[in-house]
Write a protein that binds this ligand. Structure first.
Ligand code: HAM
Length: 411
């Protein structure tokens, strides 16, 4: 028996339907916010992620599904969606065309992490990226959009925000932080030593207890923002407050990817254990230029679909029953239920059973398929041109004329 790889998951029904449901809600909301669907390849040149996600990140440092393909190209399964979207944006010369562009995507991402609850090696993200909009109103809109998605999914989250400054304040802050770190060089962990040389601000994100003790006294970017960055961060808070969105300022929230500036945020759920971040994102105004394009603003987010599935499937009736199950008790009824089923399929999701078996077995089958409407032709119904109807959701039962079937089932 060949099993799935560690950290990789099958999504059988009804889990697959939960996935579809989440994506449907995300798409509806993203479209209302002006976003359009794009698809980019799962496989990209490794250099793309090295340059964007960054050498100091755990993703590039430890977690890439990287290999040399048959043409000797150094390639990598995408660990996230932003880098590929930016590459596609530049490659289509949209950086030169100007104008605001908003894209959404969903699909598999790959990170060779240690698998645990809520942490997979292949997982799915729904993400949005907005290009060429410098206004902090867009940062706020992105957060409002995520909030709307979670509210439609009926999921409670808490929001953490931070500002990481930009090139007007980050270099001076970096010097301050490096000076602070130089006194603790011998005490910090190996990862932090690496981060210190590549992207020092990421040390604040270290999970090691001994490092966290040291960083309690570290200078924070939030106290060192330029006037413009501070004004934007204040405005962001003002817009969120005006929209009734509660948030906490987490001055140590630096995110696990190197490309952020100014706004950074994370949505947390307390329903799924330690891997509690359900969405994260922020602004990345230098990334397009950094990947070889014409300087363009960028802001976006991604949410972890499996983590959201985990929340929804822990609830009762998480996936609503849907569709029809049509069957017969005896072989003589098969011609009729087949034809009726084919007609129903023009408008409704319909499972036709070609096995003549007893009622209990059919009902069990319909239940396994999560059907809403059960239609069964027995001996009497066959004689009378009728069919037995049971709504498996509200338990209503009746016998109906076959020629009235469509009317009863509606649109
Ligand atoms: P990220 O925070 O690395 O950001 O990932 C976004 C979300 O993906 C996380 O909040 C989490 O829900 C989910 N996730 C991450 N790793 C795993 C995993 N191993 N297993 C299951 N779920 C996971 C990004 O990827 C950025 N590209 C977001 C972004 C878009 N920023 C700007 N634009």
């Amino acid at each position: 028996m060949i099993s799935a790889l560690r950290g990789m998951k099958d999504h059988l029904p009804p889990n697959g339907q939960t996935y579809e449901y989440i994506i449907k809600i995300c798409e509806e909301v993203a479209k209302n916010y002006g976003y359009s669907f794009i698809m980019t390849p799962h496989l990209e040149q490794t250099a793309l992620f090295r340059r964007s996600v960054g050498e100091s990140s755990d993703i590039v440092g430890k977690e890439m599904y990287q290999f040399i393909d048959k043409g000797e190209n150094d390639v990598c399964l995408r660990p996230e969606g932003t880098a590929g979207t930016v590459r596609a944006f530049i490659e289509a010369k949209l950086d030169r065309a100007g104008g605001v562009r908003r894209y959404f995507y969903h699909g598999s991402m790959f990170r060779y992490e240690r698998p645990q609850k809520g942490r997979l090696r292949e997982f799915h993200q729904f993400g949005c990226e907005c290009f060429n909009e410098p206004s902090v109103y867009e940062d706020a809109s992105v957060i409002l959009m995520i909030n709307e998605i979670f509210s439609r999914l009926n999921i409670k989250t808490s929001l953490k925000i931070n500002s990481l400054g930009d090139s007007s304040c980050m270099p001076a802050y970096r010097e301050k932080l490096l000076k602070f770190l130089s006194s603790y060089e011998a005490l910090i962990c190996e990862d932090c030593k690496r981060r210190k040389d590549t992207n020092p601000i990421r040390v604040l994100d270290c999970k090691e207890q001994k490092c966290q003790e040291i960083y309690k006294d570290a200078p924070l970017i939030i106290d060192n923002l330029s006037a413009e960055c501070k004004a934007d961060f204040d405005k962001l808070q003002e817009i969120l407050t005006a929209n009734g969105i509660k948030f906490e300022i987490d001055s140590r929230l630096v995110r696990g990817l190197d490309y952020y500036c100014k706004t950074a945020f994370e949505f947390i759920s307390d329903e799924i254990g330690s891997q509690s971040a359900v969405a994260g994102g922020g602004r990345y105004d230098k990334l397009v230029e950094y990947l070889g394009g014409k300087s363009s603003y960028g802001v976006g987010f991604a949410m972890g679909v499996e983590r959201i599935m985990e929340i929804l499937s822990s609830r009762e009736n998480s996936t609503d029953r849907e569709g029809i199950y049509i069957c017969a008790l005896d072989k003589e009824g098969l011609d009729i239920i087949h034809q009726a089923g084919i007609n129903l399929r023009k408008k409704h999701k319909t499972n036709i059973s070609y096995e003549a078996k007893n009622l209990q077995k059919h009902l069990k089958n319909a239940d396994n398929l999560n059907a809403e409407i059960f239609l069964c032709m027995g001996e009497n119904e066959l004689k009378e041109g009728k069919i037995w109807y049971k709504n498996l959701k509200n338990k209503v039962e009746k016998t109906i004329n076959l020629n009235e079937l469509e009317g009863v089932l509606g649109e």
